[in-house]
Design a binder for this molecule. Structure first.
Ligand code: GLN
Length: 282
């Protein structure tokens, strides 16, 4: 990156460069990083395509490009993302919230519409699920995480979304649940089989927290623990709603059934994969 670049010229160069590095949404990521360095949104960037970049601007862009080329996730570089159209701060202390997880929020809202009641988000990470449910339902939500660093970030996100009155964060372990009984238990638990962790794309394998990903030898450790504890933490008629990984739905449904939950159902995401498995305490 020498001098003499226009915004558009650099954007095109970066798109090729990121593409060569194996980054799939290369143009999008180039636009986001350039936008961040120049403090412009996408439209603002478009309006100055022909503008030559100054030396100080290139100095700001260069380190961001280097990090992304090394396959650091875009969201960690920007320090933020969106979930349920709400702004969330992210750091390597937490999993980057995925749009797929929004179907878990939809299911939670549907169950709360049938009957409101206490909600617990287990392993809240950035606070994504708790914040979205509290925001959309107007209900109070309790959220726990075992990581202090995650809780600190979640706290900032709750404040940023003006939900300090509605979201209660506390330290807690999904393997030793306490409190309740709840109307809803929600979790997007760690669900990658340990042996598959290193084979994931570098953004995930080298940068996202292992604690948020590692589901034990077969990826199902957290589901076993949650299924076993759910009956004693749910009110009668309360639901355990779990995000599941690709191909895990049947195994998780069987765990919920074995724990004595019923009305077990599966919900697909917008890509057609089963994303949520739910079960009810009768
Ligand atoms: N609940 C958070 C999310 O869905 C974090 C989940 C996790 O760390 N496994 O984004």
């Amino acid at each position: 990156m020498q001098q003499g670049w226009t915004v558009l010229g650099l954007l095109r160069w970066l798109t090729d460069y990121f593409g060569d590095k194996g980054i799939s949404a290369a143009r999008h990521d180039a636009e986001c990083l350039l936008g961040a360095a120049l403090a412009k949104d996408r439209v603002g960037l478009y309006l100055c395509y022909d503008q030559p970049l100054q030396a100080d601007e290139l100095d700001r862009i260069r380190p961001l490009v280097k990090r992304r080329a090394a396959r650091e996730p875009l969201q960690y570089i920007l320090g933020e993302t969106e979930f349920w159209s709400l702004p969330l701060q992210v750091s390597p202390a937490v999993l980057i919230p995925r749009a797929d997880t929004e179907v878990l929020v939809e299911e939670a809202l549907a169950r709360l519409q049938e009957q409101p009641g206490p909600v617990l988000d287990i392993g809240t990470g950035s606070g994504a699920i708790a914040i979205a449910v509290a925001h959309a339902s107007g209900q109070e939500v309790e959220a726990l995480d075992v990581s202090e660093a995650a809780l600190e970030l979640a706290r900032a996100n709750v404040a940023r979304n003006h939900l300090t009155e509605r979201v209660r964060l506390r330290r807690g372990d999904l393997y030793r649940l306490d409190g309740g009984p709840y109307r809803l238990l929600l979790a997007n638990p760690p669900y990658i089989a340990r042996i598959e962790l290193d084979g994931l794309m570098p953004e995930v394998a080298a940068h996202e927290p292992r604690l948020a990903l590692d589901g034990g030898p077969d990826g199902l450790d957290a589901y076993r623990a949650l299924a076993a504890q759910a009956p004693q933490r749910l009110v009668a008629g309360g639901w355990l709603l779990l995000e599941v990984g690709d191909g895990q739905a049947e195994a998780v449904a069987a765990l919920l059934a074995a724990a004595g939950l019923n009305r077990i159902y599966q919900r697909r995401d917008y890509g057609g994969l089963v994303r949520v498995v739910g079960g009810c305490r009768s």
